[in-house]
Design a protein around this ligand. Structure first.
Ligand SMILES: [Fe+2]
Length: 241
């Protein structure tokens, strides 16, 4: 009942999906990033799994879970079923603490870490998880040293990548890639969104934001994190820096 089979099937299907996506990308940097994620995920499958003792806690955003799985989904692909099967085994949390910065999303948001420093299976090298953003929700602009991907599995949302960029609608099957320390935000409308996400590179370094992400003279701020999150061990995670 550890979920090992389900979680590692998700790793396998995600790396296949990212490799296929990479072949279709015209931007060489994004193509390389997608392939690096696929390589890291493939390497993870060759390591012996270490089951975490951590379990999910109360996560208000999980109430949107039943809205997200459409049996008539057009994405009847292996990755959709892998995400569905891994869902109960992810270590779900709200990730952040209640602060003014998280007010627009925290009660409508859930992250389910499958593999990572606080995941169902432990890794210090990468993070692979599931992500829910409820309807009419704004996950404000932030950035982090780790590189990141999202694969939209169900529902839809708009992603902004880069401070001067417009929000772009992403739907089932779409992949979004974020390079290191590039500002990004997500907002949803009537539909919630369910996605697979991953981090590689400096995964222990905390996320940061500015009130105005375009103003590089403004000191970075670091969201407060619960103590179960390893990034909270970093004193820079508290208050401003
Ligand atoms: Fe991010």
């Amino acid at each position: 009942m550890s979920g090992q089979k389900q979680i590692y099937q998700l790793v396998h299907e995600t790396q296949i999906y990212l490799r296929k996506t990479a072949d279709l990308l015209s931007d060489p940097e994004m193509r390389t990033l997608a392939r690096c994620f696929a390589d890291d995920l493939e390497a993870e499958t060759s390591r012996p799994p270490t089951l975490s003792r951590m379990r999910s806690v109360d996560v208000r955003g999980l109430r949107y879970g039943p809205m997200l799985f459409d049996p008539d989904s057009s994405l009847c692909q292996a990755i959709f079923h892998a995400a569905l099967n891994a869902f109960p085994y992810a270590r779900w949390s709200e990730f952040y603490k209640e602060t003014p910065w998280t007010e627009s999303f925290l009660s409508r948001f859930a992250t389910g870490e499958c593999i990572g420093p606080t995941g169902r299976f432990l890794s210090d090298d990468l993070i692979l998880g599931l992500f829910i953003l409820g309807p009419d929700t704004y996950y404000p602009a932030h950035a982090h040293p780790a590189e990141e991907f999202y694969i939209v599995i169900a529902g839809e949302a708009e992603f902004q990548t880069g401070v001067a960029s417009s929000f772009v609608a992403k739907q089932q099957g779409d992949v979004v890639l974020h390079q290191s320390n590039v500002s990004h935000a997500i907002r949803s409308a009537a539909q919630p969104m369910f996605a697979i996400y991953g981090w590689r590179g400096e995964i222990m370094a905390p996320s940061w934001y500015r009130d105005n992400m375009a103003d590089e003279s403004e000191p970075k701020k670091f969201p407060n994190l619960p103590s179960a999150n390893p990034a909270s061990q970093n004193p820079r995670s508290f208050g401003e820096a």
